[in-house]
Design a protein around this ligand. Structure first.
Ligand code: NAP
Ligand code: ZN
Length: 360
């Protein structure tokens, strides 16, 4: 059902899924008027995050159909509200996962809005006015400016788009564990070389660490080393390789979207090492106690990041010229791209050319 919230007067074309088949079709819907704190954004590009796939298929049982996915959005500001500071018409900006939070709790007050108890997301969320949020698989977005970041001039708008979710999601746990601007030369493992994982490799290298990719795909080895700069590559299904790397890593970031056991991965950590889990498989992950207790190891989770850190990450990407390795697609090809994402056939992020600016 299309929304009928009173201030939602702007007609927008986008792409939505209507049931658990996850099939995406063109969809016309309404967005709110640009409020005093809002900016209106002409969307240029939107990345396809694995979360979009989980959500359109209702993997997590929380999807409100029709769903317009997309939370890796880059575009140009076309309108600013009267209370908006720091943004003007024509600015290159990005919007990630966050659409609203309470603005008043300890987390909002310390720019960890992502952990606000009332956080609402860019799609499949419920905004302050009661409307269901629709994401970036659409031509235009109205966003509260407190959840918008600037994109550095030197970054390409298509290849920067996935930084808004994949980038910040892997940046925060690295920062949290003193791997950004702290000690260098740590032994860092990245599990799963997909959208999140490939950015994590680039970040960890840019921050001066020794990076080991732990992957189920031997075919990714050459690229991981030659293009992304990984130092080592372990095929996680090869017991011998896993045994040889026991107790070798200080920190592991697990980005895997599917169910798997953390046991063999934990064995790769040194005593006292930390594993941060950011993947979101629909079923509980297997966490055997022996590799935990025998190595006094820590397992933590992490969800995207706050707005201050999102801007910080963007600026660091600008400084180091870090963007994502992408395959740009037309909106007509979203379903095909999602099918390929299911089959782990993407190097390393699909980005939808919403405005039709790319040549392919
Ligand atoms: P993606 O591009 O599909 O990458 C996931 C990678 O996991 C694949 O490239 C593959 O790497 C590995 N993998 C896939 N199936 C596997 C299996 N059966 N067993 C072992 N490894 C497998 O996905 P993504 O966009 O990076 O997202 C990854 C996960 O993070 C999703 O669950 C997503 O919802 C979640 N996520 C969480 C947050 C957060 O805030 N915590 C934010 C964004 C996304 P190899 O080929 O190298 O094995
Ligand atoms: Zn995402």
């Amino acid at each position: 059902m299309a929304q009928t919230t009173p201030n939602h007067t702007q007609t927008v074309s986008g792409w939505a899924a209507h049931d658990t088949s996850g099939k995406i079709t063109p969809y016309i819907f309404k967005r709110r008027e640009n409020g005093v704190n809002d900016v209106t954004i002409e969307i240029l590009y939107c990345g396809i995050c694995h979360t979009d796939l989980h959500q359109v298929r209702n993997d997590w049982g929380i999807t409100m159909y029709p769903i317009v996915p997309g939370h890796e959005i880059t575009g140009l500001i076309t309108k600013v509200g009267s209370n908006v500071k720091g943004f003007k018409v024509g600015d290159k900006v990005g919007v990630g996962c966050l659409a609203a939070s309470c603005l008043d709790c300890e987390f909002c007050n310390s720019s960890q809005e992502n952990y606000c108890d009332q956080v609402q997301f860019t799609y499949n969320g419920i905004f302050w006015d009661g409307s269901i949020t629709y994401g970036g698989y659409s031509k235009m977005l109205v966003a509260d400016h407190r959840y918008v970041v600037h994109i550095p001039e030197n970054l390409a708008m298509d290849a920067a788009a996935p930084l808004l979710c994949a980038g910040i999601t892997v940046f925060c746990p690295m920062k949290d564990n003193n791997l950004v601007g702290g000690a260098m030369g740590k032994k860092v493992g990245i599990v799963g070389l997909g959208g999140l994982g490939h950015v994590a490799v680039k970040f960890a290298k840019a921050f001066g660490h020794h990076v080991t990719v732990i992957s189920t795909s031997p075919s990714k080895q050459n690229e991981a080393k030659a293009r992304l700069g990984a130092d080592d590559f372990i095929v996680s299904t090869d017991d011998q390789q896993m045994q040889q790397a026991r107790r070798s890593l200080d920190f592991i970031l697990d980005t895997v979207s599917a169910n798997h056991s953390l046991g063999p991965i934990l064995q790769l950590l040194k005593v006292n090492g930390t594993l941060v889990f950011v993947g979101a498989p629909e079923k509980p992950i297997e966490l055997p106690s022996f590799p935990l207790i025998f190595g006094k190891r820590v397992v933590k989770g992490s969800m995207i990041g706050g707005m201050r850190e999102t801007q910080e990450m963007m600026d660091i990407c600008g400084k180091h010229n870090i963007t994502c390795d992408i395959e740009v697609i037309r909106p007509d090809n979203i379903n095909e791209a999602m099918d390929r994402l299911v089959r782990n056939d993407v190097r390393y992020r699909f980005v939808i050319d919403i405005a039709g600016n790319s040549s392919n």
